[in-house]
Design a protein around this ligand. Sequence first.
Ligand code: URA
Length: 261
Amino acid sequence: MAQSADAASEVLTLPGFERAAPPEPLPAAATRPFVPPTVQAVTLHAHLPQDLPTLRDLIRDCRLCTLCKTRTQTVFADGKPTARLLLVGEAPGRDEDLQGLPFVGRAGQLLNKMLAAINLAREDVYICNVLKCRPPDNRTPMPDEVERCSPYLEQQIALVKPVLIGALGLSAAQALLKTKASMASMRGRRFEYRGIPLIATYHPAALLRNPGLKRDAWVDLQAIRDFLRDAGAREAGAAADGAAEGQAAAAPADSAARSAS
Ligand code: URA
C-alpha cells in the first residue's frame, strides 16, 4: 500500500532512525555533480606502522600534542578492519575517553540506529576519529592538533582501504578534504579522499541538538547505502567477468592437453 506523505515524514524525522524507511528517490541536492579528485591515491606513510594493531600500540603512547596531558587514554577505532565503509568522527568525548572506544556515548547510540536504518551493524563498519584524544570539555579540535594527528587517520584509511568514507560532521569533512567549506555546502555531494569516494553528513551529536537535521541526514544515509549497493554490484560483475575470462583462457589449453593425451 502506498505510504501517505505524513507517514513517510514521520519515519524520516521521528523519533530518530529506529526504523528503516522504504527507499525514496533522492532529492536534487543528493544528485549534484560528482566532484573530481584533487589529490593523489591513498598511500601508506613509510614512517608509521604498516598494520593496524602496531599503529594502535604506537598511538597509545603518543605525545605529539598537549591533549596527551588531559586524556584518560587514546581512542583508536572500533569495528571491522576490512570494512567497506569507514566512518570518521571528530574526537573522543567523555564516554569514549573513559572506555577507549569511539562513539559509545549518546551520539554513538544514535549512530548505531542510523547504521541500522541502512541495514548495517556497527560491527560491519570501521569507526574512528580525526583526533585520538579527547579535547578538554569536548571543545572543537585546534588546527595544530588536527595536523599532528592526521597522519594516524591517513594510515588507518590506507590500511583499511574502504570503498567509501563517511565523514561525520564538519571537523571530519574539513580535515579530510582540507577545506573550510560549510557542511550545508558539502552534504548532498560526493567527494574523493585520495581516490576513495567520500560522503559528508551531519555529526550524530548535531542531530541530537537539532533533530530537524535528521531529514537531510537520512538523505545522506540513503546515498551511502545506495553507493555501497552499487559498488557491490560492480565488484560482483567484475569478479564474474574475471572468472569468465579465466575460463576462456584456460579452455584452449585444456583442449590442447586433451587432444595430446
Ligand atoms: N563524537 C565523535 O566525534 N567521536 C566520538 O567518538 C564520540 C563522539
